[in-house]
Write a protein that binds this ligand. Structure first.
Ligand SMILES: NC(=O)c1ccc[n+]([C@@H]2O[C@H](COP(=O)([O-])OP(=O)(O)OC[C@H]3O[C@@H](n4cnc5c(N)ncnc54)[C@H](OP(=O)(O)O)[C@@H]3O)[C@@H](O)[C@H]2O)c1
Length: 234
């Protein structure tokens, strides 16, 4: 579980200048969570923070950094929001920035456009899933949880639209999933469902490819909802 001091620590978002990163930052900042936007260049991160302030409000706590410093600036949680083709490169670039106790939240979906394919198809990774690929490039003492695969960036960014959906969290350590669930649970309308170990991330990631097709056919930003769960889950 996240304690009260962890709630006031910055959450860093690597590649936070992109669509998902900005959407997550907007929702977390709205919930009062300090955010640090990471980028390959600090200029781009600073511009993103300015855009975030314009979109959410002048009183948010938001800072900018390059991705390496963003890992160091994080209280406990670092969220990775970059395309598949840059996931490993970025994790290698920041590998010396980690300190014990931190948790990486990987959001990567291995969609086929990363290798020139269709957005409704997946790349099958040797490691099994994008999350397991990330695990191999993060120091063993750093936590690893995957989440947010099925939540659309556009829906997150549209703050007048209340969320009404679930997100899966996958990870091999219950306490790490609890910390990440507490954070994401601060986003109103987003219920967090524990979907199992990191290997289950392959299934969570693949659902996104199906949602992309549903979105195209219905011109929408769909999400998922699990039924039948007891009250109080998430
Ligand atoms: N978009 C969605 O609705 C959505 C939903 C769920 C999951 N996801 C997953 O979230 C991840 C990010 O998606 P996105 O749509 O936010 O991506 P994006 O906007 O295309 O890119 C995000 C950021 O990644 C960085 N980046 C791009 N190319 C890079 C490279 N070659 N090397 C290092 N960094 C690079 C850029 O940041 P800098 O230039 O500032 O470094 C960029 O702003 C993806 O893995 C996607 O599958 C997306």
């Amino acid at each position: 579980m996240m304690n009260s001091s962890e709630m006031t620590q910055a959450v860093s978002i690597l590649g936070g200048t992109g669509s998902l990163g900005m959407g997550v930052a907007a929702r977390l900042a709205t919930a009062g969570v300090p955010v640090c936007i990471g980028s390959r260049t600090t200029d781009k991160a600073e511009a993103a923070v300015e855009a975030l302030r314009k979109h959410v409000g002048p009183d948010i706590v938001a800072t900018a950094a390059d991705n390496f410093d963003a890992v160091g600036n994080a209280g406990r949680i670092v969220i990775l929001t970059v395309p598949l083709q840059s996931q490993v490169r970025l994790l290698k670039d920041v590998k010396d920035a980690w300190s014990p106790g931190k948790i990486l939240v990987d959001t990567t979906v291995p969609l086929a456009p990363a290798v020139g394919g269709r957005p409704t198809e997946l790349v099958h990774l040797w490691s099994g899933s994008a999350a397991q690929q990330a695990r191999a490039h993060v120091p063993a003492e750093i936590g690893l949880v995957s989440a947010l695969h099925t939540v659309s960036a556009a829906t997150l960014w549209n703050l007048v639209h209340a969320l009404d959906q679930d997100t899966f969290v996958c990870g091999d350590k219950r306490d790490e999933k609890a910390v990440v669930s507490d954070l994401l649970g601060l986003i109103p309308g987003l219920r967090v469902v524990d979907a199992g170990g990191l290997s289950a991330s392959r299934i969570a990631e693949s659902i996104t490819a199906m949602l992309v097709g549903i979105n195209v056919r219905n011109k929408t930003h769909s999400g998922i909802r699990i039924t039948g769960l007891p009250q109080g889950v998430g």
